[in-house]
Design a protein around this ligand. Structure first.
Ligand code: ATP
Ligand code: MG
Length: 257
């Protein structure tokens, strides 16, 4: 059945930084067209999971398959071209650019050789630029921040940066979008708006993995949740199962001690 298909399969994934094992033998399957929550205390390995899947860091061991093709050790650009896009916990944007240019840069990033296209096919490049600008404006509209287009990224506050990052990640037309703490620093109303955006993204046929500490957000929007703790997968299941799991409660209580 189409809906039960895994879009991402991670097998025995390990990532060490020197002696520190940030991910230990992780197996995860992400089902197509679902919202999958990834939670765990600070330092659990959530961002590292994104960094390895998106090709930013090579894994120490294990295999990653996307749409049934192996992507382990492929360059990050290639992985983006294949349809995986992400945001960063640190609100990473290109400085000294407008918001519109920042969103557009999410598309140039995946063009095979933008400089070559510019010198050898100037008219085609100009048309391409027009199309990219049009879709960047559509992305800003989709997120509800059309009025940000001409602002400089340096003048955005934290919450605004988070929204621009989502628009930037969407312009490459991903099949899988990985959001790292998309509601961090947000109040209830802002978080609700982001939840709505995440649902609308899923309804467009994009699979979403959301990393979050926000215990209001995660159970409400996730179809399925995986819990990491010290690099181990300690639990997985529906939001109801996760909320009752004693191992999860213990991991979170431990954090608050
Ligand atoms: N580039 C790196 N070099 C060395 N150690 C790293 C690196 N990236 C992550 N780590 C370590 O790996 C572990 C997992 O970090 P990670 O950032 O994945 O955690 P996290 O679950 O995202 O935590 P948080 O909720 O605080 O964002 C931590 O101990 C961290 O210090
Ligand atoms: Mg993190």
């Amino acid at each position: 059945m189409e809906e039960e298909m895994a879009i991402l399969e991670v097998k025995n994934l390990c990532k060490s930084f020197g002696g520190l094992q940030a991910l230990k033998n992780i197996d995860i399957e992400i089902q197509k067209n679902k919202i999958h929550g990834l939670i765990g205390p600070n330092g659990a390995g959530k961002s590292t999971f994104f960094n390895v899947v998106s090709g930013l860091y090579p894994p120490t061991d294990g295999n990653i398959y996307f749409k049934s093709k192996e992507i382990t050790n492929l360059p990050a650009e290639e992985i983006t071209r294949m349809g995986i896009s992400r945001t960063f916990q640190a609100g990473k944007l290109v400085p000294n650019l407008t918001v519109l240019d920042n969103v557009m840069s999410g598309k140039y990033h995946i063009s095979p050789n933008p400089v070559k296209s510019f010198f050898f096919q100037p008219s085609q490049f100009k048309n391409q630029e027009k199309d990219i600008k049009t879709s960047a404006l559509e992305m800003l509209k989709f997120i509800g921040i059309s009025d940000f287009a001409e602002r400089w990224t340096s003048e955005l506050v934290w919450v605004e940066r988070q929204l621009v990052q989502i628009a930037r990640a969407l312009i490459s037309s991903p099949d899988l979008l990985m959001l790292d703490e998309p509601t961090s620093g947000m109040g209830i109303d802002e978080s609700k708006a982001v939840m709505d955006i995440i649902r609308r993204i899923r309804n467009m046929g994009i699979t979403v993995i959301v990393v979050s500490h926000d215990m209001n957000l995660i159970p409400e929007i996730s179809d399925r949740i995986t819990v990491l703790d010290f690099g181990n997968k300690i639990s997985e299941g529906s939001p109801e199962q996760i909320q009752k799991d004693p191992r999860v409660l213990e991991a979170y209580l431990g954090e608050n001690k």
